[in-house]
Design a protein around this ligand. Structure first.
Ligand code: NAD
Length: 377
């Protein structure tokens, strides 16, 4: 097959979907072209792709490709360059990108949305959401520490004692757990909380303190759904007290396919100490702090509420490496399944089925099809 690695829009994305070491593996069985400069922002120059068996190519050649790899959804003008039945593999943001999904359908593109990879053990190697969230959690702590004007670990010196900084992590999913681990390594006094009761053990195993909410309601599933009003009240009242003493707060709470819950209200921020930092990793879906502005640093009474357009642009080398490995695992599975069943929509595999978004002029995911229909009205 002829593969093509798309160069992302450098204004918003510094990662690349295929790195030279993955290019080398793909080149063993396929012809692979890399759009000129595709890896440069992530630290992979054209030469390293060439010496890994890739061909450096211009965007015009995208029309000859059988398979395109990208990180972000392709812009409309780029989708229009693709020939029918091209296979497109990348994040498609299908729940809030109906116009693109409709264009992919109408252009007869076979698109796979890596955003829809099932969160199962078998799919772990392909789970771009986890690999990227992990690095985002790590980087969020470093960004906060960088802005913070004080030291993090307890230091006892002849000139006096510096107390350990207090870091609170809200949401102990993939990003949150990595944020906890990073903050612990830096020597902070770390506490964390999540609505899922099962996270208590994970938080404590990292050496952090779990913030308990006094309520009879217990959530034990893998994902948090929206909480009852009673739980929200108890959570707010507990957090009001905890937040006042924190130096840094990293928020990561998300509800799949919905707006992120507001956990830190404006008046709660006002009770924090001047110099404290909140890094809101949930800003793309609205944010966990009422004052968050996506991609901006907001300052209120000396407290900084920080959010990034794309925090992974601050660690693009490793983020690309992990993304590329996930993509490679997914592509290998697809190729292997296609050798038995070339009709992609008939492949009997839960990972392929969950991610196949458009095929043969149709949207195959029922929920997304409904959203696309509604968006037309
Ligand atoms: P996420 O990004 O959707 O949410 C982050 C965290 O926010 C979650 O832990 C969630 O419980 C929490 N949260 C939601 N509302 C909250 C609120 N009001 N207050 C406090 N916390 C709130 O989640 P994620 O990190 O993608 O993963 C969540 C779970 O799925 C984890 O248990 C993770 O281990 C599991 N998972 C499994 C796999 C796999 O098996 N392959 C892959 C990824 C994740």
């Amino acid at each position: 097959m002829r593969l093509f690695v798309f160069a992302e829009n450098k204004g918003i994305e510094h990662r690349v979907s295929v790195t030279p070491n993955v290019c080398e593996k793909l080149a063993l069985n396929h012809e692979i072209s890399i759009e000129k400069g595709a890896g440069e922002m992530a630290g992979f120059d054209d030469f390293s792709y060439k010496s890994s068996g890739g061909k450096i190519s211009s965007k015009e050649n995208i029309e000859h490709a059988d398979v395109i790899f990208s990180i972000n959804p392709l812009e409309r003008d780029n989708i229009k360059l693709l020939k029918e039945k091209t296979i497109l593999i990348g994040l498609q943001e299908p729940f809030n990108n109906s116009n693109n999904v409709i264009l992919l359908r109408d252009s007869n593109i076979t698109s796979f949305a890596l955003d829809l990879i099932p969160r199962t053990t078998r799919a772990q190697y392909m789970d771009v959401l986890s690999s990227q969230a992990n690095l985002a959690g790590y980087r969020a702590v470093l960004e906060a520490v960088h802005i913070f004007k004080r030291a993090i670990p307890l230091m006892m010196t002849s000139a006096g004692t510096i107390p350990a900084a207090k870091i609170l992590v809200i949401g102990a999913g993939v990003a949150g757990l990595q944020a906890i681990a990073t903050a612990k390594r830096l020597g902070a006094s770390v506490s964390a909380f999540d609505v899922r009761a099962s996270t208590k053990e994970q938080v404590e195993s990292l050496g952090a303190k779990f913030v308990e909410i006094e309520t009879n309601e217990k959530m034990d599933g893998v994902y948090a759904d929206e909480m009852s009003d009673e739980y929200k009240k108890a959570q707010e009242s507990k957090l009001r007290t905890v937040i006042q003493s924190q130096d840094i707060i990293i928020t990561t709470a998300q509800i799949p396919e919905k707006k992120a819950p507001i956990i830190i209200k404006k008046d709660m921020v006002e009770t924090m100490k001047s110099g404290s930092i909140i890094v809101d990793l949930a800003s793309k879906t609205g944010g966990n702090c009422e004052l968050t502005k996506h991609g901006e640093i907001v300052e209120k009474n000396g407290i900084k509420i920080v959010s990034f357009d794309n925090i992974l642009n601050r660690i693009p080398f490793d983020a690309s490496k992990l993304f590329a490995k996930n993509v490679f695992a997914f592509f290998e599975l697809l190729v292997q399944k296609m050798s038995d069943q070339p009709e992609i929509s008939k492949i009997d595999d839960d990972i392929i089925k969950s991610t196949l978004l458009t095929y043969n002029g149709k949207i195959l995911n029922e929920r997304i099809e409904k959203i696309c229909q509604l968006s037309k009205h």
